[in-house]
Ligand binder design. Structure first.
Ligand SMILES: [Zn+2]
Length: 428
């Protein structure tokens, strides 16, 4: 399909978000225009903007003039549409606005800064501080984000907020992490408000899987392009993010996607939930490392619960499997088969045709999992004779949840919804 088709799709997409011509809604209309422009891959002319948003030509002209003046949009060449004056194509101007994205995983914490187009400018990682005291981790997080912002040298006034992706369960009303399984001592920690206060940034809290799903919707892997897919998250824990019709499904209070207790090995390891062989105790990096140690594929760890040591052992095991070590490969492949069983439950429940897999542990096992999971899944899928399922590893890398957290801030800022008006407007 040529560019014309793309432009048509852009107009159709933007038409779902129509504006109003009432003068009191000027800010809202400005967001309608910005949203239409950012959703168009090739940019839009003023005529297309008027068509797609339902705003008058005069309103579009006035708003785009204002957006130019404040640096949010730029001209991106001219295009001819038949006879008449060529139309100026408008695009976002990425350096106009920035957002911070932080992903707190119990093993590795990632922070990055993205521009208005969602492109990462700078990224930092650290091992998440261990211990029972959340304050240690919070201090380290604040220092990490402060370091990121000063290193980037961007104008702090242009940083509109911070998205924080964290393991569930979360309490979105209190902005708190509530007893996440791999963070002992974190009981109802009001992380959102504490970070917001200490950093002076409006902060949004999202469950890690929902953030990763949001990243895929923003600038995703091809399998996510239809806007309806499941994101399988493989980090210290395992979870699923769901997207339907270009929206992340969050459940009643932000905690959808807890798949850790799907049983995939009825005689498997005892889980803290009371069942045996749950995903949480058979497919996670620490479970895989434990299996490898039990089978003498890896040496026992000096401190079995030290997340740094577990992560390093997981890296060694995965590298050996990729290099063709049969014993290491057998351990990883068995985890992949179990993972596929959980995926089959989800695929059967939702009749999915698109699956994206990612998260901090994904890249290390991607090669083995992609060899095993598609065929295993197909064997167990009810609708296998009716339609195929497209499975892809994320193209967004290990930082997918941090990118998603940042994109939530941009999305909130750019989307024409009433809560967007609560985020600060740089330079205003
Ligand atoms: Zn369980």
């Amino acid at each position: 399909m040529g560019d014309g088709g793309q432009a048509e799709r852009d107009v159709a997409e933007a038409s779902r978000r129509r504006g109003t011509n009432l003068p009191a809604m000027a800010d809202f209309n400005q967001l309608v225009i910005l949203d239409a422009i950012r959703r168009s891959a090739s940019g839009l002319s003023r005529v297309e903007l008027a068509l797609s948003t339902g705003l008058s030509a005069q309103t579009v002209t006035n708003i785009t003039r204002r957006l130019f003046a404040s640096g949010f949009i730029a001209e991106a060449g001219k295009e001819s549409f038949g006879p008449g004056k060529p139309r100026t194509i408008l695009r976002l101007h990425p350096p106009a606005l920035y957002a911070v994205g932080v992903h707190l995983d119990p093993t590795v914490t990632t922070a990055l800064l993205v521009d208005l187009a969602g492109e990462p400018m700078l990224e930092r990682r650290m091992m998440t501080p261990l211990g029972q005291d959340p304050e240690l981790a919070i201090d380290a997080l604040v220092a990490m984000v402060e370091g990121l912002l000063s290193e980037s040298a961007v104008d702090r006034a242009r940083v509109t907020g911070m998205g924080l992706a964290a393991p569930g369960p979360i309490d979105p009303l209190a902005g708190a992490l509530v007893d996440p399984p791999h963070l002992p001592g974190w009981h109802s920690v009001p992380l959102r408000d504490e970070l917001s206060q200490r950093l002076g940034l409006v902060t949004l809290l999202e469950k890690d899987v929902a953030a990763a799903t949001a990243a895929e919707l923003w600038v995703g892997t091809p399998a996510a392009a239809t806007g309806s897919f499941v994101f399988l998250y493989l980090g210290t824990g395992i979870g699923a993010g769901l997207a339907v019709g270009h929206e992340v499904l969050r459940g009643s209070l932000g905690n959808a996607g807890e798949i850790g207790h799907i049983v995939v090995e009825p005689d498997g390891a005892q889980c803290w939930c009371g069942l045996r062989g749950c995903v949480a105790v058979t497919c996670t990096p620490d479970a895989i490392v434990r299996d490898a140690i039990a089978e003498r594929v890896l040496e026992p760890l000096v401190e079995p619960h030290n997340t740094v040591l577990v992560d390093a052992a997981f890296t060694r095991l995965a590298a050996r499997a990729t290099d063709g070590d049969d014993a290491a490969r057998a351990v990883i492949d068995r985890a992949a088969e179990r993972f596929a069983r959980a995926l089959a439950v989800i695929a059967n429940l939702l009749d999915l045709d698109r699956i994206v897999i990612g998260g901090p542990a994904w890249e290390r096992v991607a090669e083995r999992f992609m060899t095993i999971v598609p065929a295993e899944l197909d064997r167990m899928r009810a609708a296998r004779s009716i339609h195929p399922v497209l499975i892809e590893g994320t193209t967004l890398g290990n930082a997918v949840a941090a990118k998603g957290a940042a994109s939530l801030v941009l999305d909130r800022w750019l989307s024409p919804r009433t809560e967007s008006l609560l985020l600060p407007v740089p330079g205003a």
